[in-house]
Design a binder for this molecule. Structure first.
Ligand code: ADP
Length: 480
């Protein structure tokens, strides 16, 4: 048992709780990753584009101002540049067609006389506008270069460079804000996931423990209501299933105890009879014969009980029966013929009213069993001078075997119970008549096996009882 219990324990990483938690955390992580990258990239892109376009615009203004003669000279450029308003915060370089720097607005690192070797200048000297932005060392660095064109000739290039730490700071603060928010969301998600997954799995755990208790034989255990979701439905279904299991188990226990009791009674009688013969030295032959005959009767009763129990076991197993078209009237007549001597001995008149064409699809032996039980009971529980009427008729798409007697009848309160196993209205009479209390139960189960059923009630014509076994008629045999 202990080993089994250990087997039942699921490691956390394989539990539903872990799976729920992992799924939620993955979703939250994915959202946070997108939240931390996409808006920042978009903002950066927008800033870069706007900066490059502004710088290019400024470079174009300078370039068009300088493109007034065929040649560019250092003096000429310097003169023009002093007249121009300084580009806001940007460093301006002007080169000739070979890339030689003719003008540099920077005073700290003035590079006039050197060559401008950036890719943007090279592109501008080839006649194209070029620009580039990047974020490095906590600043946005933007460069733009445009050619100086004079009648289609590239005289040189204007190159602007801007180093902006302020906007970079804004971008960085957005990023750090997002990180801060992300951390808060992360902590909240972990707490929520822990709580939520616990709630979700708590019901599963309760259901699981209920299943285990029922498995251990505690059939009366029920799961408390778990709310109104699918888990609650599952719990309801489980409770109903356990209810049925409990009923079946109780019926099985009752059946076993009743069966043992039924078997014990004749065995006790046999023991008593044999002891009487053995302990009495002066027992005469006639008495001994009488006792042995009683022992034989008890043995017959044991045989009948075993046969009935076997029949019930076979019915419970629900083994498939071979079916064939059977005429119900013919079966009833056969049974009546067989039981006529019994009826005569009991002083009971046996009458039949059998309609033709009452066929059904069934097993003949099974139908025989049903008819025999009903007709034998009608004779057994009758009174001398009484009557039994066996009728076979057609009722729409059903065929009916009705057995009516003028016997003792069945009290109304006993009617619902007479089909229960081992139930007898009058125990002494049933035993005396060789009954086992299983006949009607077998008959009802057999009828059900062929899609039929048996009902019992009082004789509508007066004293006695009436039993009706009905079955679906054979198709194609319906009366016009
Ligand atoms: P048994 O072997 O005792 O006859 P059954 O299962 O055939 O067992 O019947 C159950 C009980 O129903 C009987 O013990 C009897 O009390 C009652 N019963 C059955 N058929 C009739 C009938 N035709 N008239 C009166 N009582 C009946």
């Amino acid at each position: 048992m202990a080993a089994k219990r250990r087997e039942d324990r699921i490691p956390f990483f394989r539990s539903i709780q872990a799976k729920y938690a992992l799924t939620y955390l993955l979703v939250v992580a994915a959202i946070l990753i997108v939240m931390n990258t996409y808006p920042v990239l978009m903002a950066e892109n927008m800033v870069f584009t706007s900066k490059e376009s502004t710088l290019k615009q400024q470079a174009l203004v300078v370039s068009s101002t300088l493109a007034v003669s065929e040649t560019l000279t250092r003096e000429g450029v310097e003169q023009t540049m002093t007249l121009l308003e300084e580009a806001q915060g940007a460093r301006v370089l002007v080169t000739d067609a070979s890339g030689l720097i003719l003008y540099d607005s920077s005073t700290l690192d003035n590079r006039v006389g050197g060559y401008a070797l950036t890719g943007e200048v090279a592109a501008a000297l080839r006649g194209h506008d070029a620009s580039r932005s990047e974020y490095r060392d906590r600043a946005i660095r933007t460069q733009a270069a445009v050619p100086i064109l004079y009648h289609g000739m590239t005289l040189g290039a204007v190159y602007l460079y801007e180093h902006d730490a302020e906007q970079a700071g804004v971008l960085l603060s957005i990023l750090s804000n997002l990180r801060y928010i992300s951390i808060v969301i992360c902590v909240a998600a972990v707490v929520l996931v822990a709580l939520l997954s616990k709630t979700l799995t708590r019901n599963t755990v309760r259901l699981l423990s209920a299943i285990r208790r029922v498995r251990e034989g505690e059939y009366s255990h029920r799961v408390e209501s778990l709310g109104r979701d699918e888990m609650a439905q599952l719990a309801d279904e489980f409770n109903q299933l356990t209810g049925r299991l409990q009923t079946t188990e109780e019926a099985r226990r009752r059946f076993v105890s009743d069966a043992s009791h039924e078997l014990k009674t004749p065995l006790a009688s046999i023991r008593l009879l044999t002891d009487s013969i053995l302990q009495n030295d002066s027992v005469d032959m006639a008495t001994a014969r009488e006792f042995v005959a009683d022992i034989g009767e008890e043995a017959d009763r044991l045989t009948r009980i075993s046969e009935h129990l076997l029949a019930l076991t076979r019915l419970d197993a629900g083994a498939e029966r071979a079916s064939e078209p059977v005429e119900l009237g013919a079966v009833a007549e056969k049974v009546v013929h067989l039981l006529s001597p019994v009826a005569q001995t009991a002083g009971v008149e046996l009458k039949t009213a059998i309609e033709p064409a009452c066929a059904l699809l069934a097993n003949e032996d099974d139908l025989y069993q049903v008819a025999f039980n009903l007709i034998e009971n009608a004779i057994k529980y009758n009174l001398p001078g009484g009557r039994v009427e066996v009728a076979v008729s057609r009722r729409e798409d059903r065929v009916v075997l009705a057995v009516t007697d003028t016997g003792l009848g069945i009290p109304e309160e006993d009617l619902p119970k007479i089909f229960d196993r081992f139930y007898r209205v009058d125990k002494a009479r049933s035993r005396a008549a060789g009954g086992t209390g299983l006949g009607l139960s077998i008959a009802r189960d057999t009828a059900r096996l062929h899609g039929g059923g048996i009902s019992a009630g009082p004789n509508p014509g007066g004293r006695g009882a009436r039993f009706e076994a009905e079955f679906p008629a054979l198709r194609g045999e319906v009366d016009p």
